[in-house]
Design a protein around this ligand. Sequence first.
Ligand code: PSU
Ligand code: MN
Length: 321
Amino acid sequence: MSSNASHSAHPCAPALSAEVRAALAAHHPVVALESTIIAHGLPRPRNLRVAEELEGLVRSAGAVPATIAVLDGRAHVGLEKDQLERVATDPAMRKLGHRDLAPALATGASGATTVSATAFLAARAGLRVFATGGLGGVHREWTRTQDESADLRLLARTGVTVVCAGVKSILDVPATLQRLETLGVTVLGYGTDRFPGFYLTSSGEPVDWTVRTPEEVAEVMRAQDELGGPGSALIVANPVSMADQLDPALHDRVLAEALEECRERGVVGQAVTPFLLDRLMRGTGGASLEANLAAVRGNVSLAARISGAWAAAPQDPAARR
Ligand code: PSU
Ligand code: MN
């Protein structure tokens, strides 16, 4: 007990909100949510409303939301209302991948966490289920830029279940799927045998495994644990509905223009993904934003149901209530 207390007092350990702490202690379902989509992936002021809406969706599905971010050099798992507001509105919020966490904590910086940083902190805090929009991956210009999101390698060594609408369609989707295979990351299609296309219901690429219920996902999680071996993520690829997807022809046309502009302007590094998402939004008259939000909402709700199924049947028999 005392070692536990001194451990959680260490400034580098994530600070759990009271609600998340209580939920974990009671084996109540908890869903981790990333904050880069809020701070850098969505336009203001709508981003704050979305952040609140996503937390509400988790709650209405019977789980506790744990939005993750770094504030003044402290990693937080579960944010109070004013902290969530700060993530959405403070222009000084950086974008933090996993590799940025140590310098951010050491220098007292504040930032939103990407999938890689969020998955890392979620796992550190004992959370197993995480929802986002679309994962980062291999960029289309990879042979020239070597731009591959740190999301992939971090997920290859972190035992967390990530519910997403596939990977962002601004990426090279077949190359990203190939990399996931190389890295040994399991991918499940949720109700589909096609890998989703983020703004689009299908990327056209196949997935090897299809599941249809949250309970089936929890069974796969249990099997992962019983197999043992190095921890790695389980990707649950949940497509946006046909009714909510972006018009594929519009998507392809606007994306081609956005990629061209990105190259012309020499946008590189962490700025690439927010730049392309913003250009897509403008070029589609906001339609890509609606599709993005529909995808995220679906993922958050599904993640809450998966965390419920997981909490109802913990893999460790000793942990059963
Ligand atoms: N999903 C969205 N919008 C986003 C992201 C995911 O719907 O903005 C963020 C995630 O935080 C993801 C990041 O980790 O984009 C990828 O950025 P990069 O390509 O620079 O690794
Ligand atoms: Mn990148």
